[in-house]
Design a protein around this ligand. Structure first.
Ligand SMILES: [Zn+2]
Length: 69
């Protein structure tokens, strides 16, 4: 009998864990997309990631700074 109680506890824990994960994902989806700002590795200026140049794992504000760095 105690074995079944243990199994039930494990199932309850798994269900709770999955429900918590689903809630977290839903919260993330609802929040507006934050403007993802990155810093130029050469001059340090901040600008949106979409407008930056990514090279060797670093972000740059322009191809010129990517070349100079
Ligand atoms: Zn720059």
């Amino acid at each position: 009998m105690i074995k079944y109680l243990l199994l039930l506890a494990v199932i309850a824990a798994v269900v709770w864990f999955l429900a918590a994960g689903a809630r977290a994902r839903r919260r993330q989806a609802e929040s507006p997309p934050a403007q993802d700002m990155v810093r130029c590795a050469h001059c340090g200026v901040f600008q949106p990631r979409s407008e930056s140049i990514l090279a060797r794992g670093r972000f740059y504000c322009s191809t010129e700074h990517e070349r100079l760095h």
